[in-house]
Design a protein around this ligand. Structure first.
Ligand SMILES: CC(C)(COP(=O)(O)OP(=O)(O)OC[C@H]1O[C@@H](n2cnc3c(N)ncnc32)[C@H](O)[C@@H]1OP(=O)(O)O)[C@@H](O)C(=O)NCCC(=O)NCCS
Length: 197
């Protein structure tokens, strides 16, 4: 099954980063609904992790469904990648989200978060790389917005080939990766992106 085209894509896997082995879940919005309905303890941990990331105790996983419905153009789809640590009660390790249009061959990365105790182990670098590897057969171009002072995130994106192309709103950099041309992003005309964490 191709994660880019199967609306109910959901896949469990495993990945080794450094000395540790983590569980991976890659899923679409319909896959998220499956998790909310059928994997309640995991869903609850994921909800708490995103509450921490967004600094918003009232955040509910269902809001990701609303964001998909409200913010995305009709031809857009969403994939979410979550890592967890089975040796620590399946604690949530990291999240990232790709919103993409197959018609435009373009994707927007957001919800990039590594839980504090897992930082500095190359997890962000790995998860962004994994998301790119899994989807670049169907997409040519990726972009994201990052706060200018966020050195850790910028480094993680640069290590995956992103380059800063211009200023975004609210003291952010727009970073882009063009996988269709070796040599990078920048010259391509792209639509303005509203900030989504
Ligand atoms: C940004 C974030 C996702 C990075 O996660 P991580 O898993 O710790 O990142 P990695 O371990 O893959 O680190 C990537 C690189 O950044 C470097 N780095 C980490 N912290 C850094 C810092 N404070 N300043 C500069 N570089 C830093 C790492 O050393 C690594 O480079 P290296 O391989 O050359 O050593 C994590 O800090 C986080 O969740 N922050 C809060 C949420 C956030 O800012 N999300 C990004 C929104 S755009």
């Amino acid at each position: 099954m191709d994660p880019l085209t199967a609306p109910d894509f959901y896949k469990d896997g495993a990945v080794r980063i450094g000395d540790a082995e983590y569980q991976t879940k890659l899923f679409t919005i319909r896959g998220l609904l499956h998790i909310i309905r059928n994997q309640k303890p995991f869903a609850s941990r994921l909800e708490k992790a995103i509450q921490t990331y967004r600094g918003h105790d009232e955040f509910r996983l269902g809001y990701l469904v609303l964001e998909y419905l409200d913010d995305e153009p009709d031809d857009a789809e969403t994939l979410i990648l979550v890592l967890s640590d089975p040796s620590k009660g399946d604690a949530i390790v990291s999240t990232c989200r790709l919103s993409y249009s197959l018609a435009k061959k373009s994707g927007y990365i957001s919800l990039v978060y590594t839980s504090e105790e897992f930082r500095g182990k190359g997890i962000c670098q790995h998860t962004i790389g994994h998301l790119l590897e899994t989807t670049k057969h169907g997409l040519d171009h990726y972009h994201l917005l990052v706060d200018k002072p966020n050195a850790a995130a910028i480094k993680c994106y640069e290590k995956n080939g992103f380059v800063i192309t211009r200023d975004g709103e609210h003291n952010t950099h727009r970073m882009e990766l063009d996988v269709s041309k070796a040599g990078g992003a920048g010259k391509r005309k792209t639509r303005k992106t509203r900030r989504r964490r």
